[in-house]
Write a new protein. Structure first.
Length: 223
């Protein structure tokens, strides 16, 4: 079971993070970046999954400066609250907190990778280009990827998109990334929508989630 730890950011603010120790031999660390809904049961489940695959996992609570411990349901009210927090959280601040998590994991030895979903998928792509010391990054359905396609990654990175995601035009993202980074693999999952890794009944696509996770694990293991 994951536990909650406290990590101090570059600005001196102490934020909470969901943490799980690896099962078996430690391969390294993974920073797991939340969706807009905070550190909810789905993020905690993902932290557990990465720990079970041999990675010490940490998921920072990125809204703690605004509302400590925020979580929201996947309903219209929760969506509105999560979007408000995401928009009011400066990207540089979120990236600095991700960097602080990287430091904590790096101090314990081995490589540090990053994976993010939705809001976190955008941050995973931005981290690949702006956060030093990452070994690899995996971005799931991040809405800011297309607009930031020219960003130069500092580490190997892959991108996962759902074909039926109404908010992210998968083919346009592929074209934008290919224009700048032909080495970056963008995977499109047919029949999967936004949030397909999230185990909520309305979004979960187990086949797509399993394949994306296998690809991400292969990337991290090879880094």
């Amino acid at each position: 079971m994951p536990d909650m730890i406290t990590i101090t950011g570059a600005d001196g603010f102490a934020f909470a993070a969901c943490h799980a120790a690896p099962t078996g031999a430690r391969k390294g660390g993974v920073v797991v970046i939340q969706e807009i809904f905070g550190i909810d049961r789905h993020v905690k489940a993902d932290v557990e999954r990465w720990a079970a695959m041999g990675y010490e996992a940490v998921a920072p609570s990125l809204y703690d400066r605004r509302e400590p411990g925020f979580t929201a349901e996947h309903d219209p009210e929760g969506l509105q609250a999560g979007v408000a927090h995401a928009r009011a959280t400066p990207l540089d601040q979120a990236l600095a907190d991700i960097s602080a998590c990287r430091d904590v994991l790096a101090e314990r030895g081995g490589k540090v990778c990053v994976v993010g979903y939705c809001y976190g998928g955008s941050l995973a792509w931005l981290s690949a280009g702006k956060v030093e010391g990452l070994a690899a990054a995996s971005s799931y359905y991040g809405s800011l990827v297309q607009a930031n396609a020219a960003l130069e990654p500092r580490c190997p990175v892959i991108i996962h998109l759902g074909r039926t995601d109404a908010g992210i035009p998968a083919d346009a993202v592929v074209a934008a990334i290919a224009e700048h980074h032909r080495e970056v693999q963008v995977y499109i999952y047919e029949g999967a929508g936004h949030g397909f890794n999230n185990e909520s009944p309305e979004r979960y696509n187990p086949e797509a989630a399993g394949l994306a996770r296998a690809r991400t694990l292969a990337l991290f293991d090879a880094a």
